[in-house]
Design a protein around this ligand. Structure first.
Ligand code: GAR
Length: 211
């Protein structure tokens, strides 16, 4: 099983979905570390309760020196003999230092159907744009933000009366489905998979009953 670290900044619901999937001994990845860049990340307590080693490498003391922060993160990953990385609500832009070291081995989940709506506030922006389908994407991390090769996507409908919270909750439920699928896909292959031939079909969400 591939030793995998999950990097978080907040509540860690995607991390929890990965932990649940990895409880199955047949799952090809083992969550060997949960690392946060904030000591107050809620997901740390969840991970500790599940018996998973945790680490905190606070970004704030590095005062914008992203390379130095990433070097500290890399040292912790090496100390835990990590072979795959999952960003799960890890709200840091990465530099070529980490991106280059983990090329083909670092996944991210993003709450939109990329390439639509990279960046922040995706649900409000999807509503403002008037799209009828929204969703989430798991992709390999490359230097350009939210632009790496796509591993998995799931679409959800935008329903009348949705606000960012209701739409975001519908998307989040699908995030918890496709992230474990995408990690299994990458972990089940040889190290450093070629990005181009990695693909999953969409898990189809239950169609809503329309008025
Ligand atoms: C998730 O919706 C994830 O897609 C998003 O943050 C949330 C984290 O929730 N990530 C980004 O916006 C990355 N730019 P979680 O901590 O409960 O997994």
């Amino acid at each position: 099983r591939r030793r995998t670290a999950v990097l978080i900044s907040g509540r860690g619901s995607n991390m929890a979905a990965l932990l649940t999937a990895a409880r199955d001994p047949a799952y090809p990845a083992e969550i060997a570390l949960v690392l946060a860049n904030r000591a107050d990340a809620g997901g740390l307590a969840l991970a500790a309760a599940a018996g998973v080693p945790t680490a905190v490498v606070e970004s704030r003391p590095f005062r914008g020196d992203r390379a130095a922060h990433e070097a500290a993160v890399q040292a912790v990953l090496e100390a835990h003999d990590i072979g795959l990385l999952c960003l799960a609500g890890y709200m840091r832009l990465l530099t070529p230092f980490l991106v280059g070291r983990w090329a083909g081995r670092m996944l991210n989940i993003h709450p939109s159907l990329l390439p639509a709506f990279p960046g922040l506030d995706t649900h409000a922006r999807a509503l403002a744009a008037g799209v009828k389908l929204h969703g989430c994407t798991v992709h390999l991390v490359t230097e350009e933000m939210d632009a790496g090769p796509i591993l998995a996507q799931a679409a959800v409908p935008v329903l009348p009366g949705d606000d960012a919270a209701s739409l975001g909750a519908r998307v989040l439920a699908q995030e918890h489905v496709i992230y474990p699928m995408a990690l299994a896909l990458v972990a089940g292959r040889a190290a450093t998979p070629p990005a181009a031939d990695v693909a999953l079909s969409n898990p189809l969400p239950t169609p809503p009953s329309l008025p």
